[in-house]
Design a binder for this molecule. Sequence first.
Ligand code: DGL
Length: 280
Amino acid sequence: MPVPTPQAPVGVFDSGVGGLSVLREIRARLPAETLYYVADSGHAPYGDKTPAYVQARAEHLIATLAALGCKAVVVACNTVTGLSIGHLRERFPGVPLVAIEPAVKPAAALTRSGVVGVLATRNTVQSAGLARLIAQHAHGVQVLPRACPGWVERVERGELDGTDTEAAVAEHLRPLLDAGADTLVLGCTHYPFLRATIEKVAGPGVQVLDPAAAVARELERRLAALGLLAPTGDSTPGGHERFWTSGNVANGQRVMQTLWPNTVAVAALPERPEPTGSAS
Ligand code: DGL
């Protein structure tokens, strides 16, 4: 990896388009940063793959973003964090990694009913990472992890609302609400795009937590500590975004354009990118 510079981009990846919910918080907090986003939609969902498969994909994508000149990489995928973050930090000691994880700690502090629902993929629900978070932070609070199969695929298709989506959301929310949950953790980065439907089904009095803004703050803190924040000021241009997908490019273009407020140009993910240094 070339010596990183403040002008170098930040890499962000997820199994698909879900990590755009993290990217938008990073863009809002760090307008000067250039952001490279990889949607591994050709391999989504990660939630039902073997841990070894998910880990191998994460290794490949971090190596790809490092080869593209990224100064840091954001793991915008709770499934990767839950299964592999310790291994990935050891495997890439030279790449600052910032990783999302379910907001169990703030949820345990906020709940009044004492029951918290964690909406996540099957792999996250079964992961050692989530078990550790619950053991560390849920004292006296009942945490109910709930796998929501089908939600990720729905977001990948851009089906964020409507009767079918409401029914799919209600199927997994109902048992948590019936158990008394008054706080729901969005433990998968695809789910913030279903937030309006989740809130509609849950009704008033249920709070929904998304840790994406905390990830953006942590990225800012890490870059500042490393002296790698992009320069700001009137004479410096704002950052821009570049997007890649490992899936069907036309479909990625269509869906990512609906989820991102500015014009998106999605390219096919190069299998072996040429190193570009710190060029952005
Ligand atoms: N968006 C990812 C997460 O945060 C993974 C979804 C999937 O591919 O199953 O867990």
